[in-house]
Design a protein around this ligand. Structure first.
Ligand code: ZN
Length: 145
């Protein structure tokens, strides 16, 4: 994810991301809105509980896995579980690249949630790379790595 988006998440939810460093949001920018809403939910859940002192409940890792958003906390409650499950469900309908309406595509080496337009673009880029076009740039999904 773009560094300015990561910074915004860490700045707006300092307790949730107290133990985060850069590059711990291992997904593309299209899911930023989902992650932002989930972060707001989790921050509310955490602050609603007296026994949840700041920095006791923190995010550990956020990533894409098998085409879905995965959000790891250092510990969970039922409410936290539910909020994360809802966001993960939403990610399976949201293009990870652009944030538009997407669907899960699978082939032998990659699972991704992507919209038709981004998939066409992605395929075109792969063809250029396979053809040895050195100007094609990195494959989509690996731009930030
Ligand atoms: Zn898209």
């Amino acid at each position: 994810m773009r560094k300015d988006l990561e910074t915004k998440l860490c700045t707006d939810f300092p307790e949730l991301y107290a133990n985060f460093q850069y590059k711990q949001f291992e997904c593309l920018d299209g899911w930023y809105d989902i992650i932002y809403r989930l972060s707001a939910n989790l921050a509310n859940i955490i602050s609603d509980h007296d026994d949840m002192k700041p920095n006791i409940y923190t995010a550990v890792q956020v990533k894409e896995k098998f085409g879905a958003l995965v959000f790891y906390m250092n510990r969970y409650t039922d409410e936290i579980d539910e909020a994360i499950a809802k966001a993960s469900e939403e990610s399976l309908r949201t293009c990870e690249t652009c944030g538009g309406e997407g669907k899960l595509l699978k082939d032998s080496w990659s699972w991704r949630t992507i919209c038709d337009g981004c998939e066409v673009e992605r395929e075109r880029q792969w063809q250029r790379i396979k053809a040895g076009d050195s100007d094609a740039g990195p494959p989509m999904g690996e731009m930030d790595s």
